[in-house]
Design a protein around this ligand. Structure first.
Ligand SMILES: [Cu+2]
Length: 289
């Protein structure tokens, strides 16, 4: 169909490339500034804990790095639609492309640098200021944060379909709500009594699998008093969607009086509980056979 039409002479692409680079630099500068200064402060998981703040900062960095890449792709598409649009009725094949050595090398070098620097930044967050960055590290954490006080142990127990919490430093009392003091490193020992659950407190920047028979440790240092939502983030049965509750971050003084009240109010129940352990194997209600 196009045999009687000669391919168009290859026009120089230089003006287009220069124009594209100028537009891309300007748009990227605006886009990155908007991402960092306008969107960034509102990005989850916000700044309620050190771990959440670090994750928020990583999210800002990822979005800021992705913005120029996204703009380059969109810009190339929109620019091509406008500048290289086929006008008139004649259908002419485009100029064949025979590779682009410099572009390919640049593409590989730039993407390699981005990926490697992200790996370095992620590793620095894991082992840097907020050791473990809010993730479950299993029973023997590699990255243990240091505070002025030793970490306060709080056991998080998942079961179909509720969360309970035990405080080994306070006689192993078990509560239906979690409260933790602001400004202190908390060691959350996450486990389960039945199936796999996942303890997810987004404002704390903590997400840790709750596995039966396993002690999954996640550290968090809440920065100020307030409340946070807890959800189960692992499909765990019929009422999985109902497995949520609210936790509290209190001032150290308010926490002291709260935990004292819990110890007194739950004294009778505490006596019937199994001794505090990193995990529990409850008796099955009905044995096979
Ligand atoms: Cu669950």
């Amino acid at each position: 169909m196009t045999s009687n039409l000669a391919p168009a002479a290859a026009p120089s692409g230089e003006p287009h490339i220069r124009r594209l680079i100028v537009i891309w630099v300007v748009l990227s500068a605006i886009g990155v500034a908007l991402v960092v200064f306008a969107l960034g402060p509102h990005m989850p998981p916000w700044t309620f804990s050190d771990e959440a703040r670090d994750q928020r900062n990583i999210n800002i960095m990822l979005a800021a790095l992705a913005t120029p890449v996204l703009l380059a792709v969109w810009m190339a598409l929109v620019y091509s639609i406008v500048a290289f649009r086929q006008r008139g009725v004649a259908i002419v094949d485009g100029t064949p492309i025979h590779g682009g050595g410099r572009l390919e090398v640049a593409w590989i070098v730039v993407t390699t640098l981005i990926v490697v620097s992200l790996a370095v930044a992620g590793t620095a967050a894991l082992f840097g200021t907020t050791k473990g960055a809010g993730g479950g590290q299993g029973p023997d954490p590699l990255a243990v944060p240091h505070g002025s006080l030793p970490p306060l142990q709080v056991q998080v127990i998942g079961q179909q379909w509720a969360w309970t919490f035990r405080y080994p430093a306070f006689g192993g009392v078990e509560t239906t709500q979690i409260a933790i003091p602001a400004g202190r490193v908390i060691a959350l020992h996450v486990t389960s009594l039945d199936v796999n659950h996942s303890f997810w407190a987004i404002r704390l920047g903590v997400k840790a699998d709750a596995i039966p028979g396993s002690d999954n440790v996640a550290f968090v240092r809440p920065r100020r008093p307030g409340s946070f939502r807890i959800r189960c983030a692992e499909l765990c049965g019929l009422w999985h969607g109902h497995m949520f509750t609210t936790g509290l971050v209190l001032t150290p003084a308010a926490f002291s009086s709260w935990i004292r009240r819990q110890v007194v109010a739950n004294a009778a129940a505490t006596r019937t509980l199994p001794p505090y352990s990193t995990h529990y194997f409850p008796e099955p209600l009905r044995r096979a056979g």
